[in-house]
Design a protein around this ligand. Structure first.
Ligand SMILES: *Cc1c(COP(=O)(O)O)cnc(C)c1O
Ligand SMILES: [Zn+2]
Length: 440
């Protein structure tokens, strides 16, 4: 069976381009590219047969088909050959129930952060790096893969590039990055260039390098990444017995991930695996909410803002690259946009942790948005809801510690604060503390 996928301009310019061409924007109009699949070829396989195939591969030991991304290979990047797939078994993550959260009956968290480098960025990077590995194997001259991210993207790139044997270059603003954010790419041997500039300056430099020096760009304008991230939609439908939830809440910054979610559901619908559209809510930090501003004005054009510092650092973005794709997805899925303040996102994360999660601040934004939608009655107690968790809380130790020590400037009174009870080594003191605290 010959499946295929190609790049195409999102603004509708004629022409499609092979996925192994080095291109990030439409050569005619400069707009973003998206990847289109030959749906007619995929339709030759019946919906039930796809479901059976996906079930057989789910978490299988047969590498790399047990990966949530490569288990959906035909729908992701059918041109990539088995020997070029670079996988850490990404995806196939748990859908955890937190019944009763926000007074709702059926809330689940899709734990995309329980992944190799600790964020969902792995889902896209496995596809991008595998494609580069294949391009290099076929003789294309690519010296390195580069990105200008500060946190999760650079960690994912460094890991997959190391596994593929391709050099990774991470370009960062000097002195603005914490050790925790730096240490993954450093440990994995990436070339880390710390530049005397801000993030936008790094972005300009990396785009120049991509144009002039044979460096492949891994930032999210590269739509190969979205093909991997799209599998989250397919996975969660599969985990729910192909019964689509009423609502999906997802945190958004550069807005690639919500575009991927929409693309995943469009494919599920086109190929008949599901018959219903979920509604989608993008959750933004109030300190960086240009999509929210557009939504409040009936989807006016993007007005870039200067993002203020937020605990949800990965979505501190005022000029989102994938804005147009996100608006298209939200219109198609009767979407809404909600915002969360610093205190709201921190307390929502704290509340979810009481279900046994260990929630990062970005997932906190999504959970806080869900609480607000429930309070407004937009989401009702009978709705089935999935919240997309984007990272592991383990990557955000400063946030977690700061919350419980009440040291976060914008969260002076953490509602779910929990601190150790400090005691002398005396049985009666320990017993009293135990009985008093368990009684509460
Ligand atoms: C990248 C990232 C996001 C935002 O995804 P976009 O595609 O930029 O909207 C959210 N949370 C975490 C943890 C991320 O790393
Ligand atoms: Zn175009």
């Amino acid at each position: 069976m010959a499946f295929s996928a190609n790049f195409r301009c999102i603004a509708g310019c004629p022409g499609t381009y092979a996925l192994d061409r080095v291109m990030y924007r439409c050569p005619t109009c400069g707009d973003l590219l998206e990847i289109v699949h030959d749906i007619a070829a995929l339709r030759v396989v019946k919906a039930e047969a796809w479901k059976t195939l996906f079930a057989e591969r789910w978490r299988s030991f047969d590498e790399p088909w047990g990966s949530g991304v490569w288990g959906k290979w035909e729908w992701v990047a059918p041109e990539i050959e088995r020997e070029n797939m670079v996988s850490f078994g990404e995806g196939a993550t748990h859908l955890t129930r937190i019944a009763g959260f926000a007074g709702l009956g059926d809330v689940r968290v899709k734990q995309c952060g329980t992944s190799h480098s600790g964020s969902f960025k792995d889902l896209g990077m496995t596809v991008l790096v595998s494609m580069v590995k294949q391009m290099v194997a076929r003789g294309q001259d690519i010296r390195a893969i580069a990105c200008a991210s500060t946190g999760d993207t650079s960690a994912a790139l460094a890991a997959y590039a190391a596994a593929a044997g391709v050099r990774a270059v991470v370009i960062l603003p000097r002195g603005k990055i914490s050790t925790a954010q730096l240490v993954q790419p450093l440990a994995m041997g990436a070339l880390v260039l710390a530049i005397d500039t801000d993030f936008d300056g790094c972005m300009r430099l990396v785009q120049d390098l991509a144009e002039k020096e044979g460096v492949y760009l891994a930032n999210s304008m590269n739509s190969l990444r979205l093909e991997g991230q799209k599998t989250v939609a397919i996975e969660l439908a599969q985990q729910l017995g192909w019964d689509v939830p009423d609502w999906i809440v997802i945190p958004g910054g550069n807005l690639g991930n919500v575009s991927a979610l929409g693309a995943g559901f469009e494919m599920l619908l086109a190929l008949g695996l599901v018959s219903k559209r979920p509604r989608i809510c993008v959750a933004q930090a109030a300190h960086a909410a240009p999509l929210h501003a557009s939504f409040m004005n009936h989807w006016t054009d993007l007005e870039p803002v200067k993002a203020k510092t937020t605990l949800a650092s990965a979505i501190q973005i005022g000029n989102p690259v994938s804005f147009k794709k996100a608006v298209r997805a939200l219109r198609a899925f009767d979407g809404v946009v909600e915002v969360a303040t610093e205190a709201e996102l921190a307390d929502a994360a704290g509340r979810a942790d009481r279900f046994g999660l260990f929630t990062d601040p970005h997932t906190g934004v999504a959970l806080a948005a869900l609480e607000k939608l429930a309070a407004k009655g937009t989401v009702t107690p009978r709705d089935r809801v999935v919240v997309i968790s984007t990272a592991s809380g383990l990557k955000f130790a400063d946030f977690k510690v700061g919350y419980h020590e009440a040291k976060l400037a914008d969260v002076p009174q953490p509602k779910f604060r929990n601190v150790p009870v400090e005691l002398p080594e005396r049985y009666d003191a320990v017993r009293d503390a135990l009985l008093k605290n368990l009684d509460r």
